[in-house]
Design a protein around this ligand. Structure first.
Ligand code: FA5
Length: 342
């Protein structure tokens, strides 16, 4: 056999083994098309080999030509096979494996503050209180004036807030809901008003500019301070435990007279004194008192006939006690490591 024919046959071998490597590496339709162009297109490697056939000895031409055709057929077949393999791999039906475990959706949980709020609501609803709501953007009238806090009165300073145009403000407490409820309803009234409040307070371990309160109001004939004490005591025992004691101390609020602050005996040390209660044996919970007759004047209730009590407690402070959280800010940081514990 002439040297020229031998050279072409060895080139055919070289192209074949090159093709074998390339076809094995094909993992996409794009790569498949590239390989097809390299080997089978008009300017491809096979065509260039075919172009040498004419220069060969006529007797050797059929042999070399047959070898070239064999390679061409093989390349075409292998590429077709690869194409259908790629196509079937993409088929969603074939690639669906029903034995694989399903994707579990991640469920959220109720925020700890909302859990505590829900518990507080349930306890008071069980004692016959209705749940009322009021706007977070309030007027000065409802937030201050109707609660017996006139303009320029120094007690407004204790509850500085975020003021909006036209005498609107972000409410500093839930007490305005007392007024709104009494305006739309005649006695007897027995309601709680849970909700968000805002104050221009610098954040620290026990203060947040946004926080929650639960207001309570009961107005009827013959309602006394003893009723207030009984309701708060029942609430404390339901929320914490049956042994908890309640202590009332004198306090001041312009909208209650007399006014009080009340504490629960420390649930962590049973009143013995510990770090949480700062060794006093008591935990400060909230303000309360008998509704001031001046407030009844704003809602047209006759103070000669009706009396009432009111209270307002901080939900964060109660949640902090219940879950032994020492910094209020963690409730607002959206840290999943904290939130996933509830
Ligand atoms: C009041 O807001 C009165 N409206 C409560 C009241 C209602 C008294 C009805 C009498 C009758 P005070 O400012 O003390 O009171 O707030 C009540 C509770 O809200 C506090 O004990 C505290 O638990 C919570 N609180 C107040 N400011 C903040 C704050 N910046 N961050 C977190 N909690 C707060």
């Amino acid at each position: 056999m002439a040297q020229q024919s031998k050279n072409i046959l060895s080139e055919i071998q070289g192209v074949e083994s090159e093709f074998e490597k390339e076809v094995a590496a094909i993992d996409s339709v794009t790569k498949l098309e590239t390989v097809r162009i390299v080997f089978l297109s008009k300017k491809g490697k096979l065509q260039s080999l075919f172009s040498h056939l004419g220069a060969l000895d006529p007797q050797e031409r059929p042999l070399v030509g047959a070898e070239l055709n064999r390679l061409k057929n093989r390349i075409q077949e292998d590429l077709l096979e690869k194409k259908s393999a790629l196509g079937s791999a993409k088929s969603p039906v074939d690639s669906f494996d029903p034995t694989l475990p399903g994707k579990t959706p991640s469920f959220g949980t109720i925020h700890p503050l909302m859990q505590v709020l829900g518990e507080i609501e349930n306890i008071f609803m069980g004692m016959g209180f209705r749940v009322e709501e009021g706007p977070e953007i309030e007027t000065e009238f409802y937030n201050f004036e109707a609660l017996n806090i006139p303009e320029d009165h120094p007690s407004r300073d204790m509850q500085d807030t975020f003021y909006l145009p036209d005498n609107y403000l972000l409410r500093t407490h839930t007490s305005p809901v007392q007024i709104r409820t009494m305006q739309k309803q005649r006695p007897p009234v027995r309601m709680i008003a849970p909700g968000r409040c805002f104050r221009r307070d610098t954040p620290d371990a026990t203060h947040s500019p946004t926080f929650h309160q639960v207001e309570g109001l009961c107005v009827d004939k013959g309602v006394s301070f003893a009723d207030l004490k009984g309701v708060i005591m029942a609430f404390a025992r339901k929320l914490f435990d049956a042994e908890v004691k309640v202590r009332f101390r004198p306090g001041f609020f312009p909208f209650t007279e007399p006014s009080a602050e009340y504490d629960f005996s420390c649930i962590f040390c049973s009143g013995q004194g510990c770090r949480v209660c700062k060794n006093t044996g008591w935990l400060e919970i909230s303000g309360a008192g008998m509704v001031d007759p001046a407030v009844f004047g704003f809602v047209d209730y006759d103070p000669a006939i009706y009396t009432g009590y009111a209270f307002g407690m901080g939900v964060e402070r109660i949640a902090m006690l219940k879950y032994q959280v020492h910094d209020i800010r963690i409730f607002y940081e959206n840290d999943l490591r904290f939130l996933r514990q509830f």
